[in-house]
Design a protein around this ligand. Structure first.
Ligand code: UDP
Ligand code: MG
Length: 323
């Protein structure tokens, strides 16, 4: 029986000093996997440094290396999608390029897959690289997300995972522009055949995190809007609460005026009411705007990315499965 092929999809944005080390560690660790062939797919997400050049160097040394070069920075989720599109493996492992997803865990993931698990997820046990404040923000975010989302989304579930070809194909059938792998995965997640392994994420080998506060916030808003219409319901709720408060206030003014003969001084009350209602309306408009913006982007059905593909030597020789 021919060996099974496993694709390792690595998304890299400005990771010039990490790709060679990652490649080295992958080679060291994947030797342990028996009866498995590998292909490494480096996705250069429009890096401005030497990431692409360094990937080309790796390709000269190793005939299993494929490169997908995105023509500009499309973001991590799209980079993973591009890698997945070019992956030919019977299973695909997704990982970051900065060695925060240690290759040492991949043999374990593959063994689980060989024993019948179709999805192997990872859970970060403790990340030495993140501050207490970051952890608190992340925890609160997942709490809110799970509160409003229609399906559970796992906390501390990094984009380090193995998917069987069946689930890769399911994921490939999603064509939304704005995508969050974690959420899409929850959407297709089976009840069984899933295993979660814990790992400790070390600090980045080199370089800096690409996620600043604004990027993380945008990701957070996107993930809520993509998987839930709850904010729209909250907007309706806010409107109802404001209406009830206005009604109660009207009643109060009416009683004061006609029964107590004590007309309420108007200025302050009017200002508070106007400002309150104005704020509620703006919040609601903002929420609706988020959804309309998403519709606007989605209806165009633009391609998800533009990329050049540099095939591996093995692919050129037509000997991909005999490595
Ligand atoms: N990344 C990417 N495109 C981007 C941002 C990040 O491909 O626009 C890659 C990055 O090179 C890394 C992975 O996604 O391999 C995770 O990014 P990062 O390490 O900056 O995130 P963090 O681990 O700090 O959450
Ligand atoms: Mg990282």
């Amino acid at each position: 029986m021919p060996n099974k092929l496993v694709s390792i999809v690595i998304s890299a944005y400005n990771e010039e000093n990490n790709v060679a080390e990652l490649h080295k560690q992958l080679n060291e660790n994947l030797k342990k996997c028996k009866n498995i062939d590998f292909e490494y797919i480096f996705v250069d997400d429009g890096s401005k440094d030497k990431t692409y050049a360094n990937c080309l160097k790796l390709q000269k040394k190793d005939k299993r290396v494929k490169i997908v070069q995105l023509k500009r920075n499309f973001g991590h989720e799209i980079a993973m999608t591009a890698g997945m599109d070019y992956a030919k493996g019977d299973a695909v492992v997704f990982m970051d390029a900065d060695l925060q997803h240690p290759p040492v865990y991949i043999p374990q993931m593959i063994e689980l897959w060989q024993n019948g698990k179709e999805i192997v997820l990872t859970k970060r046990l403790d990340n030495v690289a993140t501050s207490k404040l970051y952890k608190l923000c992340a925890k609160s975010f997942y709490y809110v997300l799970n509160l409003v989302s229609d399906m559970p989304i796992m906390e501390s579930a990094p984009d380090f995972r193995l998917l069987d070809r069946k689930y890769v194909n399911f994921l490939k059938s999603f064509n939304e522009q704005d995508r969050l792998f974690r959420g899409l995965l929850s959407w297709i997640m089976p009840q069984d055949n899933v295993e979660i392994i814990g790992f400790v994420a070390p600090e980045r080998f080199s370089g800096e995190s690409k996620y600043n506060f604004i990027k993380s916030l945008r990701l957070a808003v996107n993930s809520i809007v993509q998987f839930s219409v709850m904010p729209l319901r909250i907007a309706t709720g806010l409107g109802i609460v404001a209406a009830i408060m206005a009604l109660l206030m009207g009643l109060y003014v009416f009683v004061e005026h006609f029964f107590m003969h004590n007309p309420t001084p108007g200025y302050a009350t009017i200002m508070v009411t106007v400002v309150f209602l104005g704020a509620v309306q703006l919040i609601c408009l903002g929420i609706i705007g988020e959804y309309i913006g998403k519709i606007h982007m989605e209806v165009k059905k633009r391609p998800l990315y533009v990329a050049d593909y540099v095939e591996s030597k093995a692919e050129k020789d037509g000997a991909e499965n005999n490595i």
